[in-house]
Design a protein around this ligand. Structure first.
Ligand code: FAD
Length: 586
């Protein structure tokens, strides 16, 4: 009798165990590679849908690229809808921007101008800027659907031209051209390296969005604060886990990070293209994807923060918001200093950033200080130190952000939007409408999460085929004047005169490259030395001068380290000697 009872109990236990095993089996599993905002979003959204997710990040900290800014200007829900949804969701409060920072200003030879004062004091420059903006609006209007910018052969032809060629035709006076170049290189990349179609497409995306909406508020703490909110929610994060290989087979995916292999059903790959090129994929990517990894242009933008005891610019200009200078200082804005003092962030973009790669950090900050001091003579006396971030040459980012060069939309448009077997792609570079932005990163994290769920539900995705329009045809009548001006013929002619611009160098260029029209105003070292002491005193407390810690707020992340046994999802050491050291480190 006792024996029968024990046997019955055992059967019930076996039944319970297999039922619970079944329940565990039913939980879908995913690995997210890359802990920038795209990867964090994908992981968060999948986890919210009941998935078991492990996020692998190469660096010790999370949050990926985000500027030196600790209090970024952000757009309102018209300009950045997804970003604002997440801010609301996490109850993060942004602070409305004062009216005076909501439109760009100009610093011309050290003198500050609003658009209104520019019109009053430098009418020729203001008039030229107006002409440029009207031409840009024409260009934007030529794109019916920004999701399909190369829809006609005429538009396709725009992809073969660079923005500098187009600007040449506008014959802007020198100062206006310098300011325009500065604005374009700050937002995208050097005009000579940028596809005119990409520029048109992006201008179309933002056509009905006022500058005021794009700079509507400030997020105290910057985008790192948003990253931290995602981090707090995620159950399994492994930092210091650079992924080196992804192997897919019919049953799932193995992801190799250091000596550890992680297994799951699906992967979201949320790393920038150059970083993706360092991950060995099995099966290998096809030639088009490999070509895109190597050939897609990234804009260059590095940031230097100069720290002062007092705001040395007060007497001459209110420097805040987005200010474009014609003097090689790039775009500047004032950053609230954490412990008194005043910081100014200077963005070196495009070829100015490329040339600056030949300078060490100290030399570079000296060069910038020399230029600032020329306009603000209290600068050197009040100088405390600097921080520098060189995104352009950081191998984990491979550049500041995607900025399609000539011919690249024709080859790579929407290439990364479709999953390849069990791998979905995310990251700002995979967004069609908002590449190069926080909005783009967040959108693609959502998209990849939903694609992986579709895959699990049995949906298949056709691979992307980029097919150029058949043959050049007459430009659209609606765009008439614009296209005839652009191509130098009547509007009913095919764009025969379009001369394909040479493709920009795909990989980071270290050697100086001269911009087509505007002089590179940041010139190699002048004899004028900067006093050594200020830089020696350098960093304000907690801000090392030469090697600033990346993403301070996210550094402590994750807030809730996952217990070792919960992650990785289904751990399978790749080598027999695998020691899952990284497994417990998060
Ligand atoms: C200077 C600068 C200023 C900017 N200003 C603005 C702005 O004002 N407004 C705005 O909206 N956007 C701005 N952006 C753009 C915005 O910061 C980015 O679009 C966004 O942060 C990109 O997020 P991501 O997740 O796509 O990529 P990332 O943030 O680059 O995340 C990718 C992550 O993958 C990790 N990784 C790489 N390789 C591996 C590997 N092998 N294994 C594991 N992990 C790996 C990286 O370490 C990184 O953490 C700016 C960008 C820069 C550089």
């Amino acid at each position: 009798m006792v024996g029968v009872w024990l046997r019955a109990c055992a059967l019930v236990m076996v039944g319970l165990v297999s039922a619970s095993a079944l329940a565990i089996d039913k939980q879908h599993t995913a690995i997210v590679v890359g802990g920038g905002l795209a990867g964090l979003t994908a992981a968060y959204e999948l986890q919210a849908k009941g998935w078991q997710v492990t996020l692998l990040e190469a660096k010790p900290s999370l949050g990926g690229r985000s500027g030196l800014a600790t209090s970024e200007w952000i757009g309102n829900s018209k300009a950045q809808p997804v970003l604002n949804q997440y801010l609301d969701h996490f109850k993060l409060k942004s602070v409305p921007a004062p009216e005076f920072v909501r439109t760009p200003g100009y610093l011309i030879d050290g003198e500050y101008f609003t658009p209104a004062t520019l019109a009053a004091k430098q009418p020729a420059t203001a008039e030229a800027m107006k002409r440029y903006n009207a031409a840009l609006d024409d260009l934007a209007r030529s794109i019916d659907n920004p999701e399909s910018p190369a829809a006609s052969s005429t538009l396709f032809a725009l992809d073969q031209i660079n923005v500098s060629n187009w600007l040449d035709r506008l014959n802007l006076p020198a100062t206006a051209r310098q300011l325009v170049n500065q604005e374009i290189r700050s937002r995208y990349d050097e005009p000579s390296r940028l596809s005119l179609l990409y520029f048109a497409q992006q201008s179309r995306v933002y056509r009905n969005v006022d500058d005021r909406d794009r700079r509507a508020a400030r997020l105290p703490g910057g985008s790192a604060v948003l990253a931290q909110e995602f981090v707090k929610q995620l159950k399994s994060i492994k930092t210091n886990s650079p992924v080196s290989a992804i192997i897919q087979d019919k049953d799932g995916v193995t992801v190799k990070a250091g000596a550890v292999g992680y297994q799951a059903e699906y992967v979201v790959l949320a790393v920038p293209l150059r970083a993706l090129g360092n991950i060995q994929m099995t099966p290998a990517l096809d030639a088009q994807h490999m070509g895109a990894i190597k050939g897609t242009n990234y804009g260059w933008r590095d940031q230097i923060m100069l720290k002062f005891k007092t705001p040395v610019w007060d007497s001459k200009a209110r420097m805040s918001g987005e200010i474009y200078s014609n003097t090689g200082l790039g775009m500047l804005w004032i950053e609230p200093a954490l412990k008194g003092g005043a910081n100014v962030v200077i963005n070196l973009s495009g070829d100015n950033a490329r040339i600056m790669q030949t300078f060490g950090d100290k030399q570079l900050s000296d060069q910038v200080l020399i230029r600032l001091h020329a306009f603000y003579p209290q600068a050197r006396g009040a100088y405390l130190g600097y921080e520098i971030r060189r995104y352009s040459t950081d191998p984990s980012t491979g550049g500041a952000y995607l900025a399609f060069g000539p011919g690249q939309i024709s080859k790579y448009w929407r290439l990364w939007e479709k999953p390849l077997q069990r791998v979905a792609f995310a990251g700002e570079h995979t967004d069609t409408l908002y590449p190069g932005t926080l909005e783009g990163a967040l959108r693609t994290g959502q998209r990849a999460a939903s694609q992986v769920q579709d895959l699990a539900a049995g949906k298949s995705f056709e691979p992307v085929k980029v097919v150029p329009p058949a043959a050049p045809s007459a430009p659209k009548a609606a765009s008439g004047g614009f296209f005839s001006n652009l191509f130098g013929g009547s509007s009913d002619k095919a764009p025969a005169k379009v001369e394909p611009a040479p493709a920009p160098a795909p990989a980071p260029v270290v050697a100086p490259v001269a911009p087509v029209v505007a002089p590179v105003v940041v010139e190699p070292v002048k004899p004028e030395p900067v006093k050594a002491e200020p830089a020696k005193k350098a960093p304000a407390k907690g801000h090392p001068a030469k090697k600033p810690a990346a993403k301070e707020p996210a550094k402590k992340a994750p807030a809730k380290p996952a217990p070792a046994k919960k992650a990785p999802v289904k751990k399978a050491p790749v080598t027999p000697s695998a020691v899952p050291a990284a497994d417990v480190k998060s």
